[in-house]
Design a binder for this molecule. Structure first.
Ligand SMILES: [Zn+2]
Length: 344
């Protein structure tokens, strides 16, 4: 099954067609694995404009015996992992930047140990893609790490550098080519032995991957990853708001904010003997203090003997009601609007 490819990807797809042969349809996940949410605009984790070659593709027969598992409960599910290299750079891009493909939070950054030691220096990011699931992406064998655990990163931000770290040493005997091991998991658990990893959950098919689908060993595509949010991608990224990108972000709840601010004003101004609405030009508003003493019986408790300056919730509620009623009546009489309580 294929889904529409955004217009800015068309040039990339055309390049892929030439470089990698006819593009297959989007990969259908094997049992236990899941697709990306359709709204996600996923970019390769390399610098924009760089060509990305898939050194090892999906499955243990795609170039790495470690790419295995779709929903195992006690292992990482890396069947749809990819080993990526910079196609046009010396040493497969050793030391070149690895970028976050999506906004996220760093949950692991540093050397993996015990059962995860093959990953070497690795970063794990957590992502909220808006479908109620938790997603993790993994970046392994790094030669450098630029982020700390707990930090927020934006799409296009550098998180480390491509390397061949493994087993706490420079490299493993199982591979000699520097590369980035990239994997994505849905609803996995972070932890386990040693310094921990991402395991369990479901392997995620990371397509469309910069516009390319049906990824296989030897494919080459071009990264379009870039720093900063992209307006129009249906994701209200960090740095975007309704004013700068109304296509992605919801309008603020203005009227609700106004009500809260006015109640806070009443509380603050009532402390010195009587509330005033200084914001109502030409209409000072009520300045008579609220009830100061007497007995209030309303909730089964008798409260008596309140002294000067003490306030009760009852007069506050009455006051707010009277003032808003007056404002509504004034506005209605002058042909103005009747305020909505929730414009969100
Ligand atoms: Zn790998």
């Amino acid at each position: 099954m294929s889904r529409p490819v955004a217009p800015w990807h068309l040039g990339i797809v055309a390049t892929t067609l030439v470089a990698a042969g006819p593009a297959a349809a989007q990969t259908v996940p094997l049992p236990g694995a899941v697709p990306l949410p359709a709204s996600v605009d996923f970019r390769a984790p390399f610098t924009a404009g760089e060509r990305v070659r898939i050194l090892s593709g999906y499955s243990p027969t795609g170039g790495s015996s470690l790419h295995d598992g779709t929903d195992r409960t006690s292992y990482a599910n890396d069947y749809y992992a990819l080993d990526l290299v910079y196609a046009d750079r010396p040493d497969s891009g050793l030391g070149r930047d690895v970028l976050a493909p999506l906004d996220g939070v760093v949950v692991k950054a540093g050397w993996a140990s015990a059962g995860w030691a093959n990953y070497g220096q690795r970063v794990i990011l957590r992502h909220d893609l808006g479908d109620g699931h938790v997603y993790h992406t993994l970046y392994a064998h790094l030669s450098r790490i630029d982020v700390s655990e707990g930090a927020r990163v934006g799409r296009g931000e550098t998180i480390g550098a491509l390397g061949r770290s493994c087993q706490g040493a420079l490299s493993c005997s199982s591979f000699s080519t520097p590369h980035l091991h990239f994997a994505m998991h849905r609803d996995s658990t972070i932890g386990g032995s040693g310094t921990g990893g991402s395991y369990g959950g479901h392997a995620v098919v990371p397509e469309a991957f910069d516009g390319a689908e049906g990824l296989a060993q030897g494919d080459v595509l071009t990264s379009s990853n870039a720093t900063g949010p992209t307006c129009g991608d249906s994701s209200c990224d960090a740095g975007e708001d309704w004013a700068s990108c109304p296509a992605d972000c919801a309008a603020p709840r203005v009227e609700g904010t106004e009500v809260v601010a006015r109640v806070q004003t009443v509380l603050a101004q009532g402390a010195d003997g009587g509330p005033r609405f200084e914001g109502d030009a030409g209409a000072p508003g009520p300045s008579t203090p609220g009830p100061r003493s007497g007995a209030l019986v309303g909730n089964g408790c008798s409260v008596s003997g309140r002294g000067p300056g003490e306030r009760t919730p009852t007069w506050l509620l009455v006051l707010v009601s009277v003032v808003f009623g007056a404002r509504r009546r004034r506005r209605a009489a002058s042909g103005g609007w009747a305020p909505a309580r929730d414009a969100g």
